[in-house]
Design a protein around this ligand. Sequence first.
Ligand code: ADP
Ligand code: ADP
Length: 230
Amino acid sequence: MNVVVLLGAPGAGKGTQAPLLSDRLGIPVVATGDLFRAAVRDGTTLGMDARRYMDAGQLVPDEITVRLLLERLSRPDAGHGVILDGFPRTAVQAKALDDALVDRGERVSAAVLIDIHGDELVRRMSGRWICRTAGHPYHEVFSPPNVPGICDLDGSELYQRRDDQPDTIRLRMAQQLSALSDVIEHYRSSGVLHTVDGLLPIDGVAEAIDRELAAAGIRPAGEPSERAAG
Ligand code: ADP
Ligand code: ADP
């Protein structure tokens, strides 16, 4: 079973790459940001809790986030592997994921860091529009939809996230980047970290991710997968 973690600062391109990679590997995407936004929309207690943190640009506490993620991973469609977008975001979450996988005799197959610097992140988030149904991201300049305001993939309406306004973007970068470096270190020390240049165009990033995963012996679901030596 392949468990691929996509890592990167807010705006790096995780949500753009995740569905493309999902098509190629034949395993679903689990994005904690999307799960939280769905909970907010549904008005659940968890959603109301999470919203306070999201609006303040802060990480939602680990306990809430880990519970949500593990519940999602226990559903049948995640049984053959999963692409994680936006989880783990702290060392505590990374450890909780490792523990949950060990219980199933599994481990994180690869953690791919989409590497990109601050100025570009702000440009990306401030032009981002996502779709109501599945959170598919677009950008008004870099990746516009075919029909303005409509998702190419599922036809739903596009909107701008509340936390993608300049003030909250700055807060998110200030409050989330140091935890990201802890997560990067976690996977570097376990030997599964792969880094791709996030400044490439979208298809260039996708190709770089494919190269890294192929080198790690990760093949589409259904094909025999071999783990890289060492
Ligand atoms: P982005 O795509 O900009 O990185 P996400 O959609 O992944 O943002 O997440 C939106 C917000 O949801 C985050 O700013 C944070 O408040 C919350 N969130 C998402 N994933 C996590 C996580 N793993 N741990 C804590 N908070 C999270
Ligand atoms: P994340 O999920 O890491 O927060 P997204 O995938 O939502 O990031 O991308 C942030 C914004 O940047 C979106 O508007 C998206 O369309 C755009 N984008 C993503 N990848 C690229 C890229 N390689 N080049 C230019 N724009 C990109």
